[in-house]
Design a protein around this ligand. Structure first.
Ligand code: NAD
Length: 254
């Protein structure tokens, strides 16, 4: 497949989990992918190697996100990498995937917990998009990873759910501003997906059953279930969809 030939994509938090699957899928479609990672350089390098093995093109960029300064540093590096490759710093697809879960009871959530989840899941994407705007080509795509917990009440993840609610609002708010440039802005809402974020649940029998029972299909989501929808949102086929929160939760709690 080559629906994204000639496109340049940045996927944050792409060294593992859903971000890794999205990076691989976009590269399979022909996009050149900047595989962003927070701290695990080796894992990101392995994703770059796998993309190369599949005949695609990718490179790794490391940067802690969650602040405006972090976003600026990421773009300093991305600008250099793109200018080396193409002579310019423009790109086409921004996938805001990096995020943290916070499985802590409401009563026990500390201010530090709250700040971590809000900085990573809200402030990070906000300033990344802000600084991406003059680098994104017209006709580009912004895909924000949200969560089905914005429509399903799940006890024990209040701060996390609030952070994804803010991501949905940001998505809606920016969509009309960017429509004149042909840039679409959508949020993708997975349910339970089998990644390191849910390691504890996956390793516990009742947790495993709870996660599987959430979906109408009676199983955990796989990262590729989400990556396939992200590839659609990144493609020209999705040009008439913007400002939407797309549920990709395997029909959880319908
Ligand atoms: P994961 O924990 O496997 O991966 C998250 C990635 O984000 C990691 O590579 C991590 O290093 C990176 N990251 C986290 N904080 C960072 C920071 N401050 N700076 C830079 N990088 C940082 O999680 P995942 O399951 O692959 O989740 C990916 C996205 O999907 C997240 O936004 C998550 O909230 C969302 N999501 C996941 C699920 C699920 O069940 N797994 C469900 C709904 C939504």
């Amino acid at each position: 497949m080559n629906g994204l030939n000639g496109k340049m994509a940045l996927v944050t938090g792409a060294s593992r989990g859903i971000g890794r699957a999205i990076a691989l899928r976009l590269a399979e479609e022909g996009a050149v992918v900047a595989v962003h990672y927070g701290s695990n350089h080796d894992a990101a390098a392995e994703v770059v190697r796998q993309i190369g093995q599949l005949g695609g093109e990718a490179f790794a960029i490391g940067q802690e996100l969650g602040t405006a300064a972090g976003a600026a540093k990421l773009f300093e590096e991305l600008d250099l990498a793109l200018e080396r490759r193409t002579g310019e710093k423009y790109f086409d697809i921004l996938v805001n995937n990096a995020g943290v879960g916070l499985p802590v009871a409401f009563e026990e959530t500390t201010e530090a917990d709250f700040d971590l989840v809000m900085n990573t899941n809200v402030k990070g994407p906000f300033f990344l998009i802000q600084q991406a705007l003059h680098r994104l080509r017209d006709g580009g795509r912004i895909i924000n990873l949200s969560s089905a917990v914005t429509r399903i009440s799940l006890p024990g993840v209040a701060a996390y759910s609030m952070s994804k609610g803010a991501v949905n609002t940001l998505t809606l708010s920016l969509s009309t501003q960017l429509a004149p440039r042909g840039i679409t802005v959508n949020a993708l809402q997975p349910g339970f997906v089998a990644t390191d974020m849910n390691k504890a649940m996956l390793q516990d029998e009742s947790g495993y059953r709870f996660g599987a029972g959430y979906s109408s299909f009676g199983r955990w989501g796989e990262p590729s279930d989400i990556a396939d929808v992200a590839a659609f949102l990144a493609s020209s086929d999705s040009r008439w969809i913007t400002g939407q929160c797309i549920d990709a939760s395997g029909g959880s709690h319908l």
